[in-house]
Ligand binder design. Structure first.
Ligand code: F6P
Length: 568
């Protein structure tokens, strides 16, 4: 397929969307009042997810134009190109095949890309990590003193951290008793210090997770962790202070996940204890690869495969559902509508599920590292605004923090509300015996907030309604809510591994959809390279090299001098 992106602004659909926008008057109250079928018509099913788009600022006409736009920028062809392994990561000349990590085992014909039998390789690596996870879980894998593993510490950053942390937190109710996973990512030594606090080195397993095995933060933290382990094992009399004993300890307590197995060996980790993946898996799309090894240990290989099956269900939906009912495509297109026509700068993701408390942070890398670009995949400048800022916190905590701005501020902030019908912990409170009120199902109360918030945002409260409550005239405007604040509601039966996989894949694909419309390569991340390179250049100046310090700009020099004069 052609590698030239279509300029969306030159398509007939874009022109019509612009005309539509000029005449557009969002009025959710009126739309719902006049059209009893709106909620039904604009609610869709994708796998186990029920997705209600009806509280968005969009009419049937908006959706029609957006799906036309998708066709005119060749979204269906780009989807197919991704699934079949074309090199749609143009700037790195790579296929983009995170979807291959979760293909149905045994699918015929097998997926062969660039001469590689992708299915066979994925299946072999999954079997290897599953066997390893089983060994750790059963106690067959032991540390250097023969004790089973109690704590797994995943050392990684970006995609080698955010995905595993997010899934770990989300699926904690499935955690095997007696096991715990901790995550180290920040090069601030505080992170290693705090995450190793209280751990017994004899029962601790470190997973060094790095796609490139060249990331400064991760390798530094791995060395810190190795120093901690050697020191503590010696203090406990578990090993001698000699090279062979130390090497044996590394073999028993360190495994790695990477695409660069040569670098793993150079670190001293037995390549037999390394789990691989491939350059066609982007870091932020890698939680379903061997990067999820800590998860397979925590929840078991079966749960990990169930997670993959969830991703697969959403993949199939994205690949086969008509655009008019294709949930990731529609959500991505709505985001284009908000960013490029209605002027939204940010997008909130508000999970009404405490288990998803790291989901917004995970999505920040997925969406912003993918679509935070100002050139298109052929090197030309984009012709529109691109990636919006994604952010969020779990409801109801957010309600008591930033919702005020969403409800009554001057900015348009589209928001996704996510909830599940069945909680992991179906608890009832103690009731209020003094009033005769019996115990209450707390999840119901929680979800009442979920339903109420999207309703308040959509329909607001008119000045007349405020007056009818007896509010004095001077307070009417402060208490009036304009409404017409767009939301998407996503509901699932429960937060199972499969549902979580579906949710993640939903956002992967809506991110891709936006990237295709904008003509950008959602799979490279050149923007983060400069900072990494400069950190290495600045490091000698920080450590006292005067010539390196003189080479810095005036502001950086002054800041480093301040640091050096205050460092105890
Ligand atoms: O932040 C840049 C980045 O390259 C991310 O894309 C990636 O997820 C992260 O660094 C970590 O990279 P690695 O897994 O190679 O250590």
């Amino acid at each position: 397929m052609s590698t030239s992106p279509v300029d969306p602004t030159t398509t007939p659909a874009w022109g019509e969307l612009y005309t539509h926008y000029q005449e557009f008057r969002g009025d959710l109250r009126e739309w719902f009042a006049a059209d009893p079928g709106r909620a039904d018509r604009m609610s869709h099913t994708a796998g186990d997810l029920h997705v209600d788009l009806s509280k968005n600022l969009a009419t049937d006409g908006t959706f029609e134009l957006l799906t036309r736009l998708a066709r005119e920028v060749h979204l269906p062809e780009r989807i197919e190109a991704m699934f079949t392994g074309e090199h749609i990561n143009v700037t790195e000349d790579r296929a983009v095949l995170h979807t291959a990590l979760r293909r149905e085992p045994g699918t015929q014909p097998p997926l062969v890309v660039d001469g590689q039998d992708v299915d066979a390789d994925v299946a072999a690596e999954l079997d290897k990590l599953s066997a390893f996870a089983d060994d750790v879980r059963s106690g067959a894998w032991t540390g250097v003193t023969g004790k089973p593993v109690r704590t797994v510490v995943n050392i990684g950053i970006g995609g080698s951290d955010l995905g595993p942390v997010m899934v770990y937190e989300a699926l904690k109710p499935y955690l095997q008793d007696g096991l715990e996973v901790r995550f180290v990512s920040n090069i601030d030594p505080t992170d290693v210090a705090q995450k190793t606090a209280g751990l017994d080195p004899e029962t601790t397993l470190f997973i060094v997770a790095s796609k490139t095995f060249g990331t400064l933060e991760t390798l530094t933290n791995a060395r810190l962790a190795r120093a901690w382990m050697w020191e503590r094992l010696q203090e406990q009399g578990a090993i001698e202070d000699d090279a062979d004993a130390k090497q044996a300890a590394v073999r028993a307590h360190f495994v790695a996940v990477s695409t660069a197995l040569d670098k793993v060996a150079a670190f001293g980790i037995d390549p037999g204890n390394a789990f691989g993946f491939w350059d066609w898996v982007g870091g932020r799309y890698s939680v379903d690869s061997a990067i999820g090894t800590s998860l397979a240990i925590a929840f078991g290989p079966d749960a990990f495969r169930e997670l993959l099956a969830g991703f697969r269900a959403m993949d199939e939906h994205f690949r086969t559902a008509p655009l008019e009912r294709n949930v990731p495509a529609l959500m991505g297109l709505l985001n284009v509508w908000y960013v490029n026509f209605l002027g939204a700068h940010t997008h909130a993701v508000l999970p009404y599920a405490q288990q998803l408390h790291r989901f917004p942070a995970y999505l920040q890398q997925l969406t912003m590292e993918s679509n935070g670009k100002s050139v298109r995949w052929d090197g030309s400048h984009v012709t529109t605004q691109t990636g919006e800022v994604f952010w969020g916190e779990p409801g109801t905590n957010g309600q008591h923090a930033f919702y005020q701005l969403i409800h009554q501020g001057t900015r348009l902030i589209p928001a996704d509300f996510i909830a599940v019908a069945n909680p992991a912990y179906p608890l009832a409170d103690s009731g209020t015996p003094s009033t005769g009120e019996g115990p209450r199902d707390v999840h119901e109360l929680f979800l009442a907030n979920f339903f109420a918030q999207t309703k308040a945002l959509a329909f607001g409260k008119t000045a007349d309604e405020v007056r009818a409550e007896g509010t004095t005239e001077d307070l009417v405007s402060a208490r009036t809510f304009s409404g017409n604040r767009p939301t998407t509601s996503i509901l699932a039966p429960a937060l199972t591994p499969s549902v979580l996989g579906q949710l993640v894949a939903l956002y992967e694909h809506l991110t891709f959809t936006q990237g295709v419309v904008w003509g950008i390569d959602s799979f490279d991340q050149w923007g983060v390279e400069l900072g990494k390179k400069l950190a290495l250049e600045v490091a000698p100046a920080v450590s006292g090299d005067e010539a390196a310090l003189d080479a810095q700009d005036a502001s950086t020099q002054a800041l480093i001098r301040y640091y050096r004069s205050h460092r105890a």
